[in-house]
Design a binder for this molecule. Structure first.
Ligand SMILES: NC(=O)C1=CN([C@@H]2O[C@H](COP(=O)(O)OP(=O)(O)OC[C@H]3O[C@@H](n4cnc5c(N)ncnc54)[C@H](O)[C@@H]3O)[C@@H](O)[C@H]2O)C=CC1
Ligand SMILES: O=C(O)CCC(=O)C(=O)O
Length: 417
């Protein structure tokens, strides 16, 4: 997260005059395109991510941006994105977007907090079994004509301990599935969480590492989770235990993991996410983990099921459409929350401004100078910005917006109706 750097002010008002354009990257599900087209958007859909400089160029004249996990949105991509109203992260993680920069440009970021939860949890269950039976290695051998019928080192998962780091949506859903296989479930979280089923919280990460046969990570990418599994933590895992990471690539020290696997301290690993990931499917990929026995490597597909993608497409497109039509910011991860129903016969203006004293007074004076009446007004703020939704009885939105855009505190102003 960067510290707040506001765009130069006054900015021009963004008015509700089309055509409106949406740019969807990274093969976002067609369900999103359909919904946004129905909303009147011209939609451009690309299969891969864009690098920041190209993104900055492509954002000119774009009103909605849709991304998944591979498109990073740094402050410089937003500097000239004057028309950009909102960003949809068609995934759970939003660490790829500089959320503070988006906030200070008046751009809410929406995500899909639950739509791929189940898909990730199911993949991890599969990996627990695949690792403990060394199924990928046996399969590869048979594919290459070798018949190695062995039981040594192969185990049932029943009765084994699964240690979950990060008992949020995915971690807790996974715990329920693992218990149905007869596993004992422990978890470590920095927050106090309701244990589901017979799962049990442990007080420290070390305790979890010492007791678990499988350790699986389900934490967000934060400064506090950066490299939280390094050589020291891996050494604290039981000999022969397996590590699973389907959270973010920055959470595990890959070199230390490779060393631990090669030294046979760890018995296996499944890795879905990497510190650097290719932008598209045609790019090559190299990791130190390649070629190590009993290591399952997947290309960040934890949430990549048809069910999850269709559901994410609809969920995020719904948030974007609702924001576009009414200004509702419910579910935005970087913005003050306002949701107010449209009132027939009134005229709605949305305004994002610097959060300093006197802004509401200045805006109300503008309205009053135009002899207009405020029907309803909802203001919500965070430490950087204020977000105002204002319904007027008279149709004076254009002169009001023009006058607000002249205030030095203005960041973004839009007429909704
Ligand atoms: N591989 C894939 O395709 C996917 C990966 N993900 C990743 O999984 C992550 C987790 O997703 P959810 O479960 O939905 O998130 P969530 O926000 O529901 O849960 C995260 C949990 O981690 C805990 N936490 C934070 N810092 C911690 C720390 N230092 N130690 C222990 N616990 C800590 C939080 O308190 C929270 O309970 C996402 O942030 C995303 O990065 C999500 C979906 C798909
Ligand atoms: O499928 C994707 O693009 C990203 C999945 C993911 O990592 C997330 O939802 O946070």
């Amino acid at each position: 997260m960067s510290t707040a750097r506001f765009p130069p002010s006054p900015t021009r008002p963004i008015l509700n005059e089309g055509p409106f354009r949406a740019l969807l990257l990274e093969n976002i599900h067609p369900s999103a395109e359909e919904m946004l087209k129905a909303e009147g958007f011209q939609v451009e859909r690309l299969s891969s991510a864009l690098k920041p400089a190209e993104l900055a160029e492509r954002l000119k004249g774009v009103h909605l941006l849709g991304i998944r996990s591979k498109t990073t949105v740094p402050p410089e991509s937003l500097v000239h994105a004057e028309d950009l109203l909102a960003i949809g992260a068609f995934c759970i993680g939003t660490n790829q977007v500089d959320l503070t920069a988006a906030n200070t440009h008046g751009i809410p970021v929406f995500n899909a907090p639950f739509s791929n939860t189940r898909s990730v949890a199911e993949m991890v269950v599969a990996e627990v079994i695949v690792l403990t039976r060394q199924l990928f290695d046996r399969s590869r051998e048979v594919h290459t004509g070798q018949w190695r019928k062995v039981a040594t080192g192969s185990h049932e998962v029943r009765g084994k301990t699964l240690g979950i780091i990060g008992y949020g949506h995915i971690g807790s859903q996974l715990g329920v599935l693992a218990e149905s296989l007869g596993m004992r479930v422990l978890y470590f979280d920095v927050m106090t969480k309701l244990p589901l089923g017979n799962s049990r919280a442990v007080a420290t990460l070390d305790e979890l590492l010492a007791q678990s046969d499988f350790v699986t990570l389900h934490v967000p990418a934060l400064t506090s989770t950066h490299m939280m599994m390094g050589a020291e933590q891996l050494a604290k895992m039981k000999k022969g235990a397996c590590l699973i990471n389907a959270s973010r690539g920055t959470v595990v020290d890959i070199a230390a993991l490779a060393a631990s696997l090669r030294s046979k301290h760890l018995g296996g690993a499944a890795v879905d996410v990497y510190p650097e990931e290719p932008e598209g499917n045609s790019d090559g990929f190299v990791t130190e983990l390649q070629g190590i026995p009993n290591v399952v490597l997947t290309p960040h597909i934890g949430g990549s099921t048809e069910e999850a993608q269709a559901s994410i497409g609809k969920e995020v497109a719904t948030s974007l459409s609702k924001f576009f039509r009414t200004g509702a910011t419910t579910g935005a991860v970087n913005f003050p929350m306002v949701e107010a129903p449209l009132i027939p016969g009134t005229h709605r203006i949305l305004n994002v401004h610097r959060n300093i004293p006197g802004v509401l007074r200045d805006i109300n004076r503008i309205v009053s100078d135009l002899n207009a009446n405020i029907h309803a007004q909802v203001l919500s703020t965070d430490s950087n910005i204020g977000y105002l939704v204002m319904d007027l009885d008279q149709d004076v939105s254009r002169p009001v917006c023009d006058a607000i855009a002249g205030l030095t505190t203005d960041i973004k102003t839009r007429i909704v109706s």
